[in-house]
Design a protein around this ligand. Sequence first.
Ligand SMILES: [Zn+2]
Length: 334
Amino acid sequence: MLDRGKAPADYGVNAIWLGSTTLSQDKLMRLRELKCRVYVEFNTLHSAEYLKEHPDAAPVGVDGKVCPPPEGWQGLCPTHVGYRRDRMKAFERVLASYAIDGIWLDYHHAHSSWERAEPVMPDTCFCARCLGLFSRDTGITLPDLPPGEVSQWILSRHKRDWVRWRCGVLTDWVREFRDTVDAIRPGVLLGTFHCPWTDSDRGGARIDKLHIDLKSQAPYIDVFSPMPYHARFGHAQDPEWVHRQTRWLGEYLGIRGKPGERKKIWPIVQLSDWGENVPVAQVRPVLDYGTRAPATGVTVFAWGRLQEQWDKVEELGTYYRSIRGTERKGQAPK
Ligand SMILES: [Zn+2]
C-alpha cells in the first residue's frame, strides 16, 4: 500500500495483526503514524523449536509413542512445565516491550492439522506426566498396563473425564494469559484465533479432539476470532457459511454484537488463495457475511498472498469504505 502511495486508511483498514516474533518498535511506530491499531498474534502450543532441546515436550499418542506432527503441524504437550513457562515468559516479554492494542492466541489446541477440508486429529497426549496429572486431578486410578493400553482404557471408559480434563488444562493456560495481560498492560485486548466449528460440526471434534472449550475460556477472552476459511475448509461455493458459524458462536456465547458489549466476535476470513482459490467476485460476499452481527469487526487472511492479487485488495477497500461507521445487521443471509 505504501509503495503505491496509499495508506491502510485509504482502504478502510484500521488495524493490523503482526506475528509476535516479527514485531519491532520501528514497525509499531510506523503503524501508529498510519493510525492503525496494532494487534499481535502469539503462538501458544505450536512452538516447535522448543522440542530441539526438550524432546520430552513432544505429544505422545495412543500407542504410547511420540506422535508425529500431522502434516507438519507440530503441537506440544500442554502439561510440560518448562514449555508452559517458556511461553508465558515470551508472552510477558511482548506485553512488557510493546505498547500494543491487543494480543491474540494462536494454535491453542491439541496436536493436530485441522485447517483443511479433512482434518487430521490424533488423540494425544498420553505421556507419563499427563497420565499422572489426569489421575491426580480426577481421582481415577489408572490400571497397571503398558502405556499403549492405558490410553485405550481411558478413551473407552473415561472419555468424558479425559476430554473435560484436557479442556481444563488448555483453559488454565488462557486464565494465566489473562492474568498476565491484566498485570502488565491492563486494557490490552486478549483475543484468540480458534477453530470455527460448532459443538455439533464434525461430531463435536472442536471439544472432543481439539480440546477448545470456548465457554470455559470466555471469562478470560475479550475477542473471539473464529477462522472460517470457507474455501480452504470445503465451502468454496458457500461463503454464507462464514455467517452461519459466527451466528452460532454469538448464540452459544451470548454475544449479540451490540455497542458497548465487552466481549466481541471478529472472525478472520479467507481472501487469499490457500488450498482453494478465492475469486475476486467472492471478496464482497465473504466480507459481507463476515461483518454481519454478532461480528463487529473482521480481519482478512492473509496479506502475504493477498498483496499479489491487487484486484482483491481494491475490492476489499471498496467494501470496507462502504461499511465504515455503519452498524451491520445480523439478518438472515439472502
Ligand atoms: Zn503430555
